[in-house]
Design a protein around this ligand. Sequence first.
Ligand code: FAD
Length: 485
Amino acid sequence: MTTSRKEPTPILLWFRKDLRLDDNHAFHAAATSGRPVIPVYIREPRATGCGPLGGAQEWWLHHSLAALQKALDALGSKLILRQGDALAVLEELLAETGAEAIVWNRRYDPAGIAVDTQVKKALRDKGIEANSFAGQLLHEPTRLRTGTGNHYKTYTPFWRALEQSGEPPFPIDAPDQLLSPLHSPQSDSLGSWSLLPTKPNWAAAFPEMWTPGEAAAREKLQDFIETAIDGYAIDRDFPDRPATSLLSPHLALGEISPARIWHATRRLTGKVPTDNIVRFRKELAWREFCYHQLFHFPKLSSANWNDRYDDFPWHADAKLFDSWRRGQTGYPIVDAGMRQLWRHGWMHNRVRMIVASFLIKDLLIDWREGEAWFRDTLVDADPAANAANWQWVAGSGADASPFFRIFNPILQGEKFDPDGGYVRTFVPELADLDRKYIHRPFEAPDDVLKRAGIELGKHYPRPIVDHTMARQRALAAHASLNNDG
Ligand code: FAD
């Protein structure tokens, strides 16, 4: 591709986990640079660590890139898709297009940081203007520090510091004009990346719940602000209520910025009880805290934050793990959660805690097995939030839930899904069971089961483990660890 002598050389705009035009500082810098802009997305090779996307998120990525492509088309621009090692692809593109500048928004997972550092250094050494911007988080992970200059290890002081550090920067609107080069470089076709599952199409039901893309994310934020946030503080714990924002997958691939969400809640002061707004902001702050942990402890998804847990006596058991994954444990709330995950690539937060506790404490299966399964099956899989939350449940994390807090899946179900609506949706074989037994079918008398058309062991499994026994066993395992320590 050639550019005329008078035309400034192009600038590459490298999209990564920021698949949006709104509140995108790199996009803004490119659009206002006076140079023709070449937007590019690179599918980087599967790497170990926190870099690769799981299957469910690849489904999301496909649709998200299609939406981004459409938004750029409307500006007369074209998204270039390439695959391979980021630096090699960028060097190729710079050579092909004559571009002398590149911008992107920073990532904070270890693989992302490593690539960014390498790319910035290599390109600057060649005289290319390479600049990166903030935007994945409310604040850079190095910004909030304790009084002694350390990073935070507990959430409450972190939240206080975040609250007192002033409002995050105001979001910036997307420029509505973009200069494009006369000719665009060659691009892969999105379809050729085969991001969508085919045989079997396990994502067939995802569209029941999701529309990937920036426009849908903004709509979802608007809906949440107008309806669900009023009541959020209490309702957010009930999986059968439409009470949470459902913004997590949009945030995970950067279709919306946390600053845009944060500032949207400012308009609500005086209109919605404050506890709902604060509670919601505190959840956004948990996301920040997870990144804060990952940034300061890059091995978060593979190693215990608290190394006292390194000797925990896990029981690897492929059969039990499989029953958990397939939602066949015999505990309805656990099974409903695991089946929701499979059907929609997402699970309600309360239920994530219950199924994680069940895997770790009732089955004594290593939290890393659960983290990996979630990473592959969640559309919102996030290297920081997933690892930090698994470690939170396991007791091995920073500011973790104490190990002895072992969720009783029956009582959790009865408390947070009292009518069993959530269970009936995702475990349809229990749909006709009396409310009294919906979370404990194994205690239902024969005639009750018969009326509901259920034969235990045939239509629905008996419990794969006795919770009371399992609880004692988990506590004993933990005590052995303490004694050793
Ligand atoms: P809302 O209640 O509307 O919250 C708003 C936003 O705050 C969320 O979109 C999310 O970005 C953030 N948030 C809320 N709760 C948490 C939390 N506990 N930790 C960190 N951020 C939070 N969240 C992910 O985004 N990706 C993951 O891979 C992930 N894995 C998890 C694994 C386990 C074992 C557990 C217990 C939780 C996990 N979470 C994860 C956190 C939480 O379950 C989801 O963020 C939440 O359910 C998303 O739904 P929402 O957008 O409707 O949340």
